[in-house]
Design a binder for this molecule. Structure first.
Ligand code: 3NM
Length: 522
């Protein structure tokens, strides 16, 4: 039987998940709903009982051409005539299982590291169950939570060896993240063949409907997916296209939803107004679904965050992800304290960010040790701290993080680096006086959000447009005779943002000639 791994159901008969329901009835409903492969996983039942259940399940699955696999128990698989087994790292070895079950049996193996995956693939596993993706109550003693980045690393390792092994990922997969997991791992050199799920189907009130819903979700890209592969940009293209995007923002007046810190509320709202967006400063997660329906973008800024605020951020993130509205993460000071490091991990696990914008210290924290080899990621306060990376290292890190997250990443600094994983640019605009005014980093996040709202088809170009408008306005303001320091700079800066917006509306594009953008070949 040829296996389709796309929606892989793993059973669980515990009270916490199955409840008082009959497992066979639940699996029948799930198969009718569209699961494509089933694994019977039961760590406690006696052998005879397990064989009886396996036979009952097999009569259902085989009627739908759905393979049935048995967790760990080669004997039960043989007795029930199941199509194969799924084995853990501490169970029977692949060669022995193959010898007993024969060449046509499906043999899958649990793997949580690149080494385990390569060993299992070379030993002849038909597929790998890669996990644990997200924390789950379902399996005790899961070794490590590896996130989508861990899954992607394993897929990339597998892509580098010549084995035709299939892959599914497992752990905490549910309707709210299934599409994102597939999307964020799709930039690896090997793609997932499916998602493996326990509680989101077995524990669902209506397992048939839950399976059908998941099947529908995984057969489409998520609402926030980039619509097409953007073209490579030349500096000339950029300068030609930026003014029209500034003009379109003024015409569209997109909603710019800020969940930002206590320090910058007023300044961020004024910057949004000056560029032509419509700001709303709402930290209430309960109203995010209504706001997400208004076709704008959301900035999540964790500058003065707490557990309560984070819960609101996660609600809003989910609402915008469902609506396909762009979300910008400004992970202010995310490497400074343990609470912030945990906070940013929870946000990254909780949803998709179209753009991540941070200083060198923040971007290093998010990238983590796998991408920032041998570098200290402890931050002092919300400042970036001393730079330890060369320009090329910054550009390479930004590109690698964007490829890993399948989004756009900006590292700010005297030179800004911006990448979508395929295209990377350096921007050398801005002015040192921005560093003397609080919130100028945060309000750049607000600006980028507004631009991504109106130019979703190319989020990198949208972010770049926001950066150029913002930084050229800062240069113009700083050079004015009436600006004598940070106090007089702020109103002049708002005026220059407003002026550029007016120039773009009139088609007066000379302002963009000040852009210092370099498209990098890495
Ligand atoms: N294996 P749920 S996690 C059976 O990491 C299993 O190998 C895992 O359950 C692994 O879909 C897991 O309810 C349980 O989160 C997954």
């Amino acid at each position: 039987m040829k296996a389709d791994y796309s929606l892989y159901l793993v059973t669980d008969s515990t009270k916490a998940i199955l409840g008082d329901r009959d497992l066979v009835a639940v699996v029948k409903a799930a198969v009718e709903g569209g699961v494509t492969i089933v694994q019977l996983r039961d760590k406690t039942r006696e052998t005879a009982e397990l064989i009886r259940i396996a036979k009952e399940l097999h009569s259902i699955t085989s009627a739908h051409q759905v393979p049935l696999l048995i967790n760990d128990r080669v004997d039960v698989a043989l007795a029930a005539g199941a199509e194969g087994v799924h084995i853990g790292q501490d169970d029977i070895d692949i060669a022995s299982a193959r010898k007993i079950l024969g060449p046509d049996a499906i043999i899958g193996v649990t793997t949580s590291t690149e080494d385990e995956a390569i060993i299992a693939a070379k030993a002849g596993a038909d597929y790998l169950g890669i996990g644990t993706v997200y924390a789950t109550q379902t399996k005790e003693n899961t070794k490590t939570v590896i996130g989508t980045s861990g899954v992607r690393n394993i897929l990339s390792s597998l892509g580098s060896i010549n084995e035709n092994v299939k892959t599914v990922c497992i752990g905490g997969i549910k309707p709210s993240n299934a599409q994102r997991v597939l999307y964020q791992t799709a930039t690896a050199s090997k793609e997932l063949d499916g998602v493996a799920i326990v509680s989101a189907i077995i524990g669902a009130p209506d397992p048939k409907q839950a399976a059908a819903h998941l099947k529908e979700l995984i057969s489409h890209p998520p609402p926030f997916a980039a619509s097409a592969s953007p073209q490579i940009l030349s500096t000339r293209d950029i300068l030609d296209r930026v003014p029209a995007i500034v003009k379109s923002l003024g015409e569209a007046k997109p909603l710019c939803h800020n969940m930002t810190n206590l320090v910058v509320q007023n300044f961020a709202a004024n910057v949004a107004l000056a560029i032509g967006a419509s700001p709303i400063m709402s930290n209430n997660g309960d109203e995010a679904a209504d706001l997400a329906a208004l076709n704008g973008a959301l900035v999540i800024n964790m500058g003065t965050t707490t557990a309560d605020i984070r819960a609101n951020h996660l609600k809003a993130l989910s609402a915008y992800n469902i609506a396909g509205g762009p979300v910008i993460l400004d992970p202010v000071g995310c490497g400074a304290t343990q609470a912030r490091r945990e906070g940013v991990r929870a946000l990254m696990a909780g949803g998709y960010f179209d753009v991540i914008k941070g200083n060198e210290g923040e971007i290093k924290t998010i990238a983590g040790p796998a991408l920032v080899k041998g570098q200290q990621t402890q931050q002092r306060g919300v400042d970036s701290g001393t730079s330890t990376l060369s320009g090329t290292e910054k550009a390479t890190l930004v590109r690698a993080l964007a490829a890993r997250e399948h989004n756009v990443v900006l590292m700010t600094g005297s030179t800004d680096y911006l990448s979508d994983g395929a295209r990377t640019v350096a921007i050398r605009n801005g002015h040192a006086i921005l560093g003397a005014v609080t919130g100028t980093g945060c309000t750049l996040g607000t600006t980028i959000a507004a631009f991504v709202a109106v130019h979703r088809e190319d989020k990198l170009l949208a972010a770049l447009t926001g950066i150029l408008m913002y930084e050229i306005a800062a240069e113009r303001a700083a050079e004015r005779d009436d600006v004598r320091g940070p106090g007089t700079f702020v109103p002049a800066f708002l005026d220059e943002l407003f002026a550029i917006r007016g120039e773009a509306a009139r088609g007066a594009d000379a302002w963009v000639k000040g852009a210092k953008v370099e498209v990098l070949e890495l």
